[in-house]
Design a protein around this ligand. Structure first.
Ligand code: F6R
Length: 248
């Protein structure tokens, strides 16, 4: 596990974007796993700028997003499909038919989840999975639980996540109560993983997830067992972990 405390949020975005661009340059047809949330917005902006300058291309890449709210139409401004179009896909040279987000509007959970796993397999698996970190340790929408869920599934969102995400909706009542998410097994099967975390409100969970016991009560802790994981945090999120850093 590589644990890097970057110099600033901007430095984190630049370094995280550089890592993703390394994958795209080494294999332009690589398969990227992508995340939404506030944390990756700056790094997506860097990817957009670099693509505009011709420094990186997405035209052969395939992407799979981690998750989507159940019941939200792709045109809903809080849907993750809308987010991805707004922050990345509309501004880079990607073939949108090769960008996948779980079909939140489809109520047939079994079919949505099984076909998502099949599509990932058909694409050859995920080369590089980008993750944010929930304040309760969730990755994707894998919430603290008694066991690690394996494959893509439908989840009931925890009260913490509903409260955290209500900032983006008109009211807390508007936050969907369910989502589709890749499972922990889906995420762990990615050939490499990059986690980004930013802000003082993530400092405690960064320490717990990456330097505490591995437990399904802190879903991100499983990443301690992944053979190729980089964790990049800003100074505020890394405040309790200075002794662990592997900065080079
Ligand atoms: C988003 C996702 C979530 C977020 C996490 C952190 O697709 O799967 O796990 O990465 O909730 O969100 P932010 O970055 O908003 O703090």
């Amino acid at each position: 596990m590589e644990f890097i405390i970057t110099d600033s949020p901007m430095d984190m975005n630049v370094r995280a974007a550089a890592l993703i661009e390394d994958y795209l340059r080494a294999d332009p047809a690589c398969v990227l796993g992508l995340a939404t949330g506030t944390t990756p917005i700056g790094l997506y902006k860097k990817l957009v700028d670099d693509c505009a300058e011709g420094l990186v291309h997405f035209d052969q890449a395939t992407t799979f997003n981690l998750d989507e709210y159940c019941g939200l139409d792709p045109r809903h401004q809080q849907s993750y499909r809308y987010f991805m179009n707004k922050h990345l896909f509309d501004h880079v040279d990607i073939d949108k038919s090769k960008t996948f987000v779980p079909e939140g509007i489809n109520k047939d959970a079994h079919s949505v989840c099984a076909s998502y796993e099949q599509a990932i397999q058909a694409a050859g698996g995920i080369d590089m999975q980008l993750l944010g970190l929930g304040s309760n340790g969730h990755i994707g929408f894998n919430e603290p639980a008694e066991a690690f869920p394996v494959t893509t599934h439908q989840v009931e969102l925890s009260d913490t996540t509903i409260k955290d995400n209500s900032r983006l909706f008109d009211s807390i009542e508007d936050v969907p109560r369910r989502a589709y998410t890749m499972g922990i097994g889906t995420i762990m099967a990615a050939r490499s993983v990059l986690v980004v975390a930013e802000g003082a409100h993530k400092a405690a969970i960064v320490k717990e997830a990456f330097f505490g016991p591995v437990t399904p009560q802190v879903p991100a802790s499983i990443l301690q067992f992944h053979p190729c994981v980089s964790i990049m945090v800003d100074p505020a999120a890394g405040a309790y972990c200075k002794e662990y850093l592997t900065n080079r």
